[in-house]
Design a protein around this ligand. Structure first.
Ligand SMILES: Cc1ncc(COP(=O)(O)O)c(C=O)c1O
Length: 376
């Protein structure tokens, strides 16, 4: 019999059956330290008691109603997001790509509302990753991902980071930027580039959008990235392990750009996901986990650099660039009990939970060193 899945994923051989705290167990009973976290999702680790309790309670109370009705937990979650991000409002969805899709649509609609019918260009940076839907794929300038899906969405261009500000014009609806570019290797977009983009967007009436889907919620060491954008997109860690994403409207002038019927989602802001998200956000803010990410990130960087690797990233989103294929090192780390994922072809990416301990970081770094030596 064929594998039941169409072959979109080259899966690792292991079958994972259980998650507890920072560890995962496979079907053979072997435990692994999880420094991948479902690719930046499990900020509090697996099975966090507060998240589980909130999910169980919400499953008992109400699992789904249409967004035509109010649900208390969804409203509470949205209010908390607005408060934490000092925003005007949010649109809730299910995945990162959907949040970016909503942001791109809102940016075009904002131009339309002002009567600027030519303002439809979306600019992104070289090496960006914004998702796999047709619009967000068009914003992800990786030929291997785009090949065969044309024609892509028009009026979308990607440029080197230091060339984007000069390209902003009266036709630009929005500039999308990941403060730390996750998929391509945890490259930090320099602060002066963000400042130049903010100034260019202000000068030409374009929106600045931070895609914080992978690097957000404090993983970089900062919950709020400066200068402030007009829109932020969040997903991954937002739902504490359940599908949940948000378009955060920071600029109050954009609050009413979407009017009833302009955009929507059946499952967006699902009550069970919102319960998990609220419990997760409470811990991230209540326990000041962004500061912890900064501290633990410094230890991680030092430990990885001790192996001689070139390390990029911030806080707990870091990549070690090997100058050779990362696959064998990722596999050797797995054999030694630590799960990580690659970034691009030649970098190993580290996305541990925000609650990772000193000892666990040392375990990750020692295993990395060992795996490097074993695959040299
Ligand atoms: C920066 C960034 N944007 C968007 C996405 C797309 O998110 P999703 O896979 O939830 O659609 C990702 C996923 O890796 C991402 O890292």
């Amino acid at each position: 019999m064929n594998d039941p899945f169409v072959p979109t994923y080259a899966r690792y051989p292991d079958t994972l059956v259980r998650g507890e705290g920072h560890r995962l167990q496979d079907s053979e009973g072997r435990w692994y330290l999880d420094a991948c976290g479902g690719i930046a999702v499990m900020a509090l680790g697996h099975g966090h008691p507060a998240v589980k309790a909130a999910v169980h309670a919400q499953v008992e109370a109400l699992m789904h109603v249409s967004n035509l009705w109010n649900v208390p937990v969804q409203r509470a979650f949205a209010e908390r997001l607005v408060e934490v991000y000092q925003a005007a409002g949010v649109f809730l969805a299910n995945s990162g790509a959907e949040a970016n899709e909503a942001a791109a649509k809102l940016a075009r609609k904002a131009g339309f509302r002002k009567g600027e019918l030519d303002r439809n260009e979306i600019l992104t940076l070289e090496h960006a990753f914004h998702g796999r839907t047709l619009f967000t794929l068009s914003m992800t300038p990786k030929p291997a991902y785009q090949e065969g899906y044309g024609p892509l969405v028009p009026q979308v261009r990607s440029l080197p980071a230091d060339a984007v500000a000069a390209a902003v014009s009266a036709r630009t609806a929005a500039v999308f930027v990941e403060p730390v570019q996750g998929e391509s290797g945890c490259h930090v977009v320099p602060q002066d580039v963000l400042v130049a983009l903010r100034a260019a967007c202000d000068r030409h009436g374009a929106l600045l959008v931070y895609d914080e889907i992978q690097c957000g919620l404090g993983r970089t060491g900062e919950l709020i990235h400066q200068p402030r954008p007009d829109l932020i997109t969040l997903a991954k860690a937002l739902g504490g392990g359940l599908p949940l994403s948000a378009l955060v409207v920071v600029n109050p002038d954009l609050y009413a750009t979407f009017q009833p019927g302009d955009h929507g989602s059946t499952f967006g802001g699902n009550p069970v996901s919102c319960a998990a998200g609220l419990a997760t956000l409470d811990r991230i803010v209540g326990d000041d986990l962004p500061a912890r990410c900064a501290r633990q990130g410094a230890r991680l960087r030092q430990g990885l650099e001790a192996s001689g690797a070139a390390v990029t990233g911030l806080g707990l989103i870091q990549a070690a660039h090997l100058g050779r294929p990362a696959g064998p090192v990722v596999a050797a780390m797995r054999d030694r009990g630590v799960l990580v994922c690659p970034a691009g072809k030649d970098a190993v990416r580290f996305l541990p939970p925000f609650t990772i301990t000193d000892n666990e970081i040392d375990e990750i770094c020692a295993t990395f060193a060992d795996a490097l030596a074993a695959t040299a």
